[in-house]
Design a protein around this ligand. Sequence first.
Ligand SMILES: [Zn+2]
Length: 273
Amino acid sequence: MTWTFPTSRISHDGAGTVALETCHRVSDYTAVARRRGQVFWTSSQLPDGATALDVHCPECAADRGLTVSGTWGAPAELTCLCGHSWTPRLPGLLPEQLLRQLIRLAADGPIKAIRYHLIKVDAADTHPTPLHDAVRPLVADAGRELHRRAWIFSDDETRVASDLLTQAGLRAYWSPEALEALARQTRTEEEQLARVVDMYRALAERSRWTGNRLGRFLAQATAVLKPIKVLTMDGLEPGPTWSGVSPVLEDARSALGAVHVILAAGATGDVDY
Ligand SMILES: [Zn+2]
């Protein structure tokens, strides 16, 4: 079991939306002010006008203090205080969707970094970054070739690389105004995911009809980054990251970023990084 956390109350509207109420001990969050017995509640809301139906134990009808357990993408298992365990079937919601929704609601707590540590059983594990790790050797090789001037971008390669960077919304030089606009921009995780998938598709598309050294680099990179193509919101398990986005998305972003660094270096001739 990867995630496990006690709840105060789980309710749903009978149409696929769940709300979660949880009780927190203050001492879990502050190391200094450890006043015994101090608690606070967090809760999410059902849509306006919805009737709140409480999830309850099929054996003893308990609807408070249910513990949620499960691994990301698997069905939720609930356990009541008497120790009965079951997988709830709610209308309009698959059991694995229920787990994902409850985890998202629970992980959206007040102090995320500590909350993950409390509700994710294997939170101590370092987060693997499979995509960035997979693309790293290719990027290192390409970077070395550029640095030694063993690979100098042709006009055609420069044009393709510039196109790809522009398409990805990247530029070699940022004006103060552009930087300011960038800082103001806030994207939802969904928008960021769509952007990452678009960037991947653009690279894969170009690799198909670019035959030179750049074409080979793009083909190799997009082959190892293929999992990005099928990333969906469902796959984005929450976790502690510096940026606050899912570790899976963060990994995909940094892997693509590494490829873009090569494109920018080759296209600008600035290869002494
Ligand atoms: Zn029970």
